[in-house]
Write a protein that binds this ligand. Sequence first.
Ligand code: HEC
Ligand code: HEC
Ligand code: HEC
Ligand code: HEC
Ligand code: HEC
Ligand code: HEC
Ligand code: HEC
Ligand code: HEC
Length: 445
Amino acid sequence: MRIARFHLVALLLAWPLLAWGGLPDNAQGTGEHAPHWQPDPMHEYWDPGTYHRPEAESVEGVFKGEDCLECHAEATPGIVKDWRDSRHARAEPPVLCPACHGEDHQKLSFPTPRTCGTCHPQRLAQVEEEKKYGFPSHALAMERAVDSKHFADKPKAEVASCLQCHSVATKCDSCHTRHRFDPAEARRPEACLTCHSGPPHPDDLAYAASPHGQRYQKEGAGWDWSKPLRKGNYPSPTCAYCHMRNGNHQVADKAVWKFGIREINPHTAENAIKRKRWQATCADCHPPETAGNFFRQLDDERRTAWGSLQGVERLLKALRGDGLLRPAARERPPYPMDFMARLLPRERIGFYEGQASAFYNVGAIERDYFEMWYFDNLGAYKGMAHGAPDMSRRFHERLDSAARNIALQAKRLTALDGKSPSGKNVDLTPLWMEGEYTRFNRDHN
Ligand code: HEC
Ligand code: HEC
Ligand code: HEC
Ligand code: HEC
Ligand code: HEC
Ligand code: HEC
Ligand code: HEC
Ligand code: HEC
């Protein structure tokens, strides 16, 4: 008790100093592009297993759980209150602070999924199992983000947020937040929406507009969230009810169209098995025909969207053939990570030729196609997949209007054929070669 008081006073005085430390200035990134990017101090939180470094200047001492609680009741009262309200505090014996952070205050660690997995091996194993279904998945989210070329290519400000969401792979406090670790919180759709929102994955809009989400919004406040997500416990499903069936911590074993980002064949043998899993999920509340008809409609919607996207892709490829895409690949700097583009400069169009070039530093018509494919298409998919037909319809209207706009631009480009409306040739090279995505970027990542 006395020791704790003494340290607390010393620490409160030294707090501003102690808040420093952690990652060394020359820390290197991870993954395929490791030499080309540097982690931020926040990465200590997003990927603690890789980046967390204990504060060498921290409180000195090796403590038992009771000491941690006593001092932290003053140092961080919110944390202690949450912990006291948690199942961990009521377990026998209780799961005290050192179980996740260690006992030596100058060698503290932040828990990784493995730390939790020592006591919850089944949950960890379920997450790990996602790896066999490939991307996208929670288990692979961190490497998927840092290994994408644009993560290392783009200016820091545009990639700073990536790992916050993709940390779902490297820590378990994404859906049941620390230090309550409350399954009731994780069962609610809000637990997913910090990450499953925004233009490429508007799951929030889709669910809110669906009959399931409508029902949740009207009545959810009165539901008993302490019940597990099983048949009979909830009148209408939440994200986790459908995607983490019966509490299974793996979200990848049913996805057929996945992100919606590429065209796939929904009728392979493997996909037929996944569809059966979906149908079993819907069958908690609907007759089997409902799901059958629903997925037929989804596949039709996808066929329509891909028909439109492929039409525009053909058009862009024709313009490329005629040398009408400006700036052409030779007139813009290659992306640092795009080695193919250095050897063989070529405008990359659509998913299969590589998404890197489609993201940025391209002419208006290529960017318009990227937005059509990445935002309008994905919105249309998510609306249909979640039973929000009006949302899907609106995004299909945007697909149509983008296609018309691109066709019009293509016609103008063909008419101008490299000339400005005044008939003079315009040299756009300096604009592209000196832009912020180029030298600035290479010097600042
Ligand atoms: C005498 C008071 C005191 C005791 C005892 C104490 N802490 Fe702390 N702890 C602090 C203060 C103050 C900070 C913030 C400054 C720092 O990092 O040292 C802190 C920070 C932390 C952090 C955040 C570290 C980071 O890198 O951000 C963790 C985790 C932590 N304590 C866990 C524990 C655990 C586990 C115990 C018991 C083994 C414990 N504390 C015992 C006062 C204490
Ligand atoms: C079941 C595991 C678990 C237990 C038990 C636990 N923590 Fe934590 N703690 C975590 C996780 C997870 C984080 C977040 C780490 C990250 O962001 O990567 C964390 C973060 C912290 C932080 C940093 C908070 C911040 O927002 O910067 C402090 C301080 C802390 N814990 C103190 C405590 C204290 C004190 C106790 C005991 C009352 C305790 N923890 C018990 C899992 C635990
Ligand atoms: C030292 C063992 C231990 C560690 C480490 C541990 N837990 Fe637990 N956890 C338990 C025990 C014991 C219980 C209560 C009994 C039970 O429900 O299994 C529990 C319960 C839970 C619950 C259910 C809470 C409820 O209200 O029903 C969640 C969620 C949970 N832990 C998450 C985590 C996460 C996330 C981590 C890592 C950050 C973690 N645990 C680390 C032992 C541990
Ligand atoms: C901390 C952020 C975060 C939270 C919270 C989160 N997710 Fe995710 N989720 C992701 C990321 C990132 C991916 C994509 C990972 C990748 O790069 O492959 C993803 C992917 C998915 C996928 C796609 C799997 C597939 O195979 O198609 C599903 C389904 C999913 N999450 C469901 C959920 C549900 C349900 C919840 C809430 C209970 C949730 N997620 C909470 C970040 C999160
Ligand atoms: C708001 C949270 C969030 C942010 C920020 C975020 N992502 Fe994601 N990301 C997701 C979610 C959720 C998915 C899964 C979408 C789905 O399956 O519908 C995803 C999917 C992906 C995928 C596709 C996975 C696959 O296998 O097809 C890649 C690659 C990716 N993100 C990389 C990044 C990069 C790089 C950044 C930073 C520029 C970033 N993400 C920023 C949440 C986020
Ligand atoms: C994508 C969101 C999400 C993530 C990430 C997540 N959980 Fe959970 N967790 C849930 C949901 C939802 C429930 C409630 C399941 C139910 O109702 O059956 C839950 C419940 C639990 C429970 C208590 C219930 C039980 O039956 O065991 C434990 C323990 C648990 N999770 C551990 C973990 C561990 C360990 C990790 C990291 C490996 C983790 N969770 C990551 C969503 C998540
Ligand atoms: C009624 C069940 C249901 C609910 C509720 C639900 N989804 Fe889905 N979700 C689906 C179906 C069905 C698909 C399409 C799967 C496919 O193409 O095979 C899907 C697709 C997805 C995908 C793309 C990857 C995948 O697994 O196909 C993500 C990510 C996703 N949903 C997240 C969420 C989030 C976040 C919420 C809550 C805001 C949510 N879902 C609510 C059924 C549901
Ligand atoms: C936990 C129960 C539950 C599950 C699981 C469930 N639904 Fe529903 N669903 C409902 C309820 C309740 C409504 C009616 C909402 C309202 O109108 O208030 C509904 C409405 C619908 C509707 C609107 C048409 C109609 O019949 O009113 C469709 C389409 C639908 N669900 C499809 C699905 C699909 C596809 C799945 C599986 C991916 C699924 N549902 C899973 C409970 C569920």
